[in-house]
Design a protein around this ligand. Sequence first.
Ligand code: SF4
Length: 369
Amino acid sequence: MTASAENLPIKFPTLPLIDQGLLDRAWVEAARQGAEYESGEREALLARIKRLLQEQDAVLVAHYYTSDDLQQLAEETGGYVADSLEMARFGNEHPASTLIVAGVRFMGETAKILNPEKRVLMPDIEATCSLDLECPVDLFTDFCDAHPDYTSVVYANTSAAVKARADWVVTSGIALPIIKYLAGRNEKVLWAPDRHLGSYVQRESRVEMLIWPGSCVVHEQFKAEGIRTLKKKYPNAQILVHPESPEEVVALADVVGSTTGLIKATLNPEVQEFIVATEPGIFYKMRQASPSKTFLEAPTGGLGGSCQSCLRCPWMAMNGLRNLAQVLVSGANEITIDEDIRQKSLIPIQRMMDFARKQQIALKDRGNA
Ligand code: SF4
């Protein structure tokens, strides 16, 4: 049996509403970072950042959902563009003493969990994630305590404190193999926080799961009807969908996959056009790998995609060249984690990495949000 927020008798906690003020602040900062550059400003910023990275013994690791400028800069300066776990793993292997994490807060925390001896800075430490916000540690702990016979599995998009309370941490790419492994051990799963990814994994595995009702503000917006309409216009296009999207959108997909999995899918030489249902920052890597192919944003907000602005993650868009330069000068926005929490949160992350190694699953080919 599957239980969900709508399917009693399991009583799920009432999740905190995403504060509109928080979203508004994110969009204001995103607009500041994305504002048009004055003549020569961009070039001056890039030169300054490159010099500061060297002076500070720092390396830039950027998520796939950040701006083209940041992804390009990371690549040009010996840094890395990846999903959150790969960002942290790259930071672990790189000799730099400072990691600059362009992404959202849980990514900075994951980098710090795996690299405690390094300084981890973020262009904006207020950059967060709706999944993280909708899974506060007190509610999560109470829910786990109320269901002690369930194995708790959390998505990487959670705080260090939530990870510290979990039995397993998973990325979207490795979630299904781990859930199937737990099913083989007759374990029941308490899944948090993304309900769409949880439902997808449950449908594919048929495992008994309690699914936390959180969601991603970006992927939640994709609408099946708009995608069907776009597909009529581009009948040869493959539909690529991240599993944080609603079930009816996942049902339309030719490929369901993590960020890294979707980028890989675009390398298929047989296909020239793609309708992509995930944050459009990912187009940088897709176009880089296949410059002659066509990439279309999956519509949001119903027919015709009337709400295109919803596609960007407001918190990812808070990262920019301007605040990156500032943080390299000031050393502000450093990620710190209580050592007890860090050590506890490392256990379920390590469990996932050990599982991947044993199963010979290359995490770098799978990845998360
Ligand atoms: S795109 Fe969604 S899952 Fe990713 S950081 Fe933004 S809110 Fe979180």
